[in-house]
Design a protein around this ligand. Structure first.
Ligand SMILES: Cc1cc2nc3c(=O)[nH]c(=O)nc-3n(C[C@H](O)[C@H](O)[C@H](O)COP(=O)(O)OP(=O)(O)OC[C@H]3O[C@@H](n4cnc5c(N)ncnc54)[C@H](O)[C@@H]3O)c2cc1C
Length: 500
């Protein structure tokens, strides 16, 4: 009889695990509390005709995503059209802006115009970033990180020094560039990793390579197309999806998951992979079977939560790019409000995505689809009044930048989303958006473990475990967890055969 595996959650990591495990021939059942797949990358449509991606919008590291599909004999182009954005994005400063071109050679010219010698420095920076990307994304990132022993290979030892693990990202960037705008621009990618550039190892300049050098892409129809493709692929491999199914409890007997309580009914499985947020998954277990205490989570550095506005604008907005970063104020002040002060920022930085600049299908004719995102401390108290105050601030800065007037009167659809929504929708600890920060003390083997130490057939996957936050890492995480399950099930099968 086929072994059966339950997967909790149908976000990127759950879909990835489902695909690999179904391909291996196991009976795979995915239980998702929402009525459709996607998790943090869900999408919704409005009656006016706007199509909003609810989470990711920066499609970076396209090679990693491509290699997931090639594992199943597909290409992304079998499912959606991927376009490369030019410019990749625009960054607004108090005294000017930088438009980041599609091609690295054009970026070098731009850097040279801003700071003498910076073109050559960018080339050197990217050469080292490429090396880190290749070693990091091929050697390190696929490890389950059960033990340091996994990292004991001559190849890894040889490359360890060149990976700049012990230098912080800010110091590292300053070795290459002096111009404050260039420095901020080069620091920006690691903000995705959920911490200040002061606390992120320089290893993560691999993000600059995976983004700036490999390009910023957009799947026509929205980022959710990637979710739909992965859902289709896992279903074709034989995985069964159960939407509107909430896992309420994980029962354990003799050190193994014996059953799951789902929508008040009891189901038995040979193995369970939980892609739901790690802390929440642990609360489904009796205390004695949890990997970590409440105190452990209290001491962790979480990536931020955020305030999001989904806006339908009944007019075209001039002078606005697909991706715009409004960085008119000091980056560190905003970061301190998130990590040190844990309060609403006084001079917020924010991000504005306008996918209707590239994709006519996500807004009605002559209208714009706007997604505004402002990073915030986790656990922050929010209410409609505060959200509205920050919306006004963001709109007035967009008006100033683009020349459009009275933007608020042109809003025909408006929905806000903040920390409390992340808690109710995803059971996210403190309403975190992006999981745990990738600081050095929360990297690799120091991340929450992919295996439950007391329950042999329970595994965790997703942005809170290895390798970390972001779409490509979550897809990889799903594969790592699937490999661990396969190893366990093959071992048990061998044990049964040997004992016959
Ligand atoms: C606003 C935002 C912007 C982002 N931007 C980017 C970006 O531009 N580029 C990028 O690479 N990354 C980005 N990210 C990060 C990226 O989206 C995440 O790292 C990734 O989607 C996490 O996937 P996951 O599978 O770990 O978790 P999730 O997507 O959260 O999936 C977990 C699933 O489990 C389900 N679940 C939870 N509890 C239960 C339960 N008890 N029973 C059943 N189901 C349950 C949830 O509903 C959810 O569907 C962004 C994230 C956010 C929130």
């Amino acid at each position: 009889m086929k072994k059966n595996v339950a997967i909790i959650g149908a976000g990127f990591s759950g879909l990835s695990s489902a695909g690999y495990l179904a391909r291996k021939g196991y009976e795979v059942h995915v239980f998702e509390k929402h009525h459709h797949p996607g998790g943090r990358a869900r999408q919704f449509c409005t009656k006016e005709g706007y199509v909003f991606d609810m989470g990711p919008s920066w499609y970076w590291m396209p090679d990693i995503i491509e290699s997931f599909f090639s594992d199943f004999g597909y290409r992304t182009s079998d499912f959606f059209e991927l376009v490369s954005l030019n410019p990749q994005f625009e960054m607004i400063f108090a005294d000017g802006k930088i438009s980041v071109p599609e091609k690295l050679d054009d970026m070098k010219i731009l850097f040279e115009e801003i700071e003498k010698g910076a073109g050559g420095q960018l080339e050197k920076f990217m050469k080292s970033a490429k090396f880190k990307y290749e070693v990091g994304m091929r050697e390190y990132v696929n490890k389950p990180c059960n033990s340091w022993v996994e990292f004991l290979s001559p190849k890894i030892a040889k490359s360890a020094l060149s990976l700049d693990l012990l230098t912080n990202f800010r110091t590292y960037v300053a070795r290459y560039f002096s111009n404050p705008k260039l420095k901020t621009m080069m620091e920006f990618p690691v903000i995705f990793l959920g911490a200040s550039p002061k606390n992120i190892p320089a290893l993560y300049s691999l993000m600059n390579y995976g983004g700036y050098a490999l390009g910023t892409h957009y799947p026509m129809g929205g980022f959710h197309q990637l979710i739909l493709a992965m859902h289709k692929l896992a279903s074709r491999e034989g995985a069964t999806f159960h939407f509107n199914h909430t896992v309420e409890r994980i029962n354990v007997e003799n050190g193994r998951v014996s059953s799951l309580i789902i929508n008040s009914k009891c189901y038995k499985f040979d193995t369970v992979v939980a892609s739901s947020d790690y802390h929440h998954t642990e609360t489904l277990l009796d205390q004695e079977y949890r990997n970590y205490s409440e105190n452990y989570w209290l001491q962790k550095t979480f990536a931020p939560s955020c305030l999001i506005y989904f806006l339908g604008i009944k007019e075209k907005i001039p002078n606005l790019k697909h991706h715009t970063l409004f960085f008119e104020y000091d980056l560190d002040e905003h970061i301190d409000s998130i990590y040190r002060d844990k309060k609403w920022p006084e001079k917020p930085l924010f991000y504005c995505c306008c996918p209707s600049k590239t994709d006519a299908g996500v807004a009605p004719e002559n209208c714009e689809n706007l997604f505004l995102l402002m990073p915030l401390a986790i656990g922050i108290a929010d209410n409609e009044q505060i959200r509205e105050k920050y919306l006004n601030e963001m709109l007035s800065r967009i008006e100033k930048q683009t020349g459009i007037s009275n933007l608020k009167s042109k809003i025909e659809f408006k929905k806000s989303y903040c920390a409390s929504d992340f808690v109710s929708d995803y059971n996210a600890y403190g309403g975190n958006a992006y999981g745990l920060a990738n600081t050095l003390s929360q990297t690799a083997i120091l991340k929450p473990k992919i295996r439950n130490k007391k329950v042999s057939n329970l595994f965790y996957t997703g942005q809170l475990t290895v390798p970390g936050p972001g779409v490509p890492p979550s897809i990889i995480s799903g594969k790592i967890a699937a490999d661990e399950v396969i190893r366990l099930l093959q071992k048990t099968q061998k044990h049964v055969i040997d004992n016959h």
